[in-house]
Ligand binder design. Sequence first.
Ligand SMILES: C[S@@+](CC[C@H](N)C(=O)[O-])C[C@H]1O[C@@H](n2cnc3c(N)ncnc32)[C@H](O)[C@@H]1O
Length: 499
Amino acid sequence: MRILWRLYGYSARLLKTKLFRTAASNTSFPEVWILLIQYFERVPGFFCVVRRNSFFTMPEILENKADLELYSPHPEVRGMTTLDRAAFKKTIVVPVLKVKKVVINKLLKSLKHTTLQRPGLKRVIDDPKDEDNRLVLLDPHKISAEYSLGESEQEVLKQFNTDPHVSKYNLELTYDNFKTEEILRAVLPEGQDVTSGFSRIGHIAHLNLRDHQLPYKHLIGQVIIDKNPGITCTVNKINIIDNTYRNFQMEVLAGEANMITKTRENYITYEFDFSKVYWNSRLSTEHGRIIELLKPGDVLFDVFAGVGPFAIPAAKRKCSVFANDINPESYKWLVHNCKLNKVDKKIKKFNMDGRDFLLGPVKEELTKELSLLTKERKNTLHIVMNLPALAIEFLDVFKHFLDGKPCSTDLLPTVHCYSFSKQDNPAKDVQERAEAFLGTSLEGCCSTHLVRNVAPNKEMMCISFQIPAEVLFKKQCTHEESPAEPASKRLRPNEDFPE
Ligand SMILES: C[S@@+](CC[C@H](N)C(=O)[O-])C[C@H]1O[C@@H](n2cnc3c(N)ncnc32)[C@H](O)[C@@H]1O
């Protein structure tokens, strides 16, 4: 089921399914599946094709394997824990072509797919025997075993009156000429995963090292700095995020220990102390998705705002924003980023618990906004709650939240509430838990969106819905209904909440 769910998520994205709609997004589940099943049925050999394809990719794999052997640094670096760049030197034999200096530039253009491409390596070097010539280094995998060039290259050489004879050259590769993966593969124990992926936050590379990589952590950190221009500091997460402020303890692996960084997301610049606030570059698409739903004049309440990745772009879209975070450091950088992005006047900032924020400033503003909204003046109201471990538990706040007459359905505020789920059907799970805290059914009037897969068997979801009027508003007494009437009679669903 989980695999099916993932496939659904990916196929929904592929098919560009609009995931925000007023009907439950679960309803699109069958649609997508029908499409997939129809596709597979029409192509009975689908699974064979997949297999055949992977068979066809073998030559590529072999080439990579040959690359790995040829471009592996000196074997003595295996097990190195303190980086000694000089130890990586290795001499390999590569094919070279003698070319007259006068034609070299034109020839290089035609031979660009055959020349040797390595980091920090010049493709053309001086010929020690003849100063009128230069040597063009060729890729050993792009020429035949007999050391001759292909027909098309030979044709080009003829045009430039150049001898097609290819000779051998002893090339010394240094640390600078190896790629990160080649270096780490040579250092870490054979057969172990060397994945060198990281998130980049300004000048900081944030790694998530596995246990077997820890003895090499400082070396890995330094290699990433060396190989990625602009990165001057590498950090490794040392605990899971479970504290209130959702920041994590980190260890500096290499480079300067400056945690104040500047990064850009969706064309907006943010500055913050990465060690003290929450920031996740993987949420940029999700931030963008929510912002796309807003139009000028809308109001956004961001209950768990962090340093402002929903609030600031919303203000840039000319929305009125109320942003809150309990972490004084997040609040400080939120204020800073509002000024930095010149949206200070559009955002009211708060540093309080989310529940107090909802019961105080949000309640007050919603009451005001809903009294102003009419069928003609239809700006929408949005409440974003991105604290996936806990946000759902805050939903009970909305029960009988507002006094006054219920507004028409289309003016009701929309909540975007995030949650993790480890269930087989995360959409159903999140919907059921939201319903339990709201005390009402959301069937047919919510949408769920798969934000990202956080860990094996753990998804981050966003459930969006307009708060049902019968939940949001306090009960109204009508003439026919006396307060003494039994609750069962008064609580008939929707009776008091006309469209
Ligand atoms: C997962 S982060 C999301 C930050 C930001 N909205 C984003 O998308 O990157 C959750 C934020 O909620 C804040 N937070 C945690 N508990 C809170 C609470 N009870 N009230 C208000 N903010 C809280 C944390 O400090 C953190 O900045």
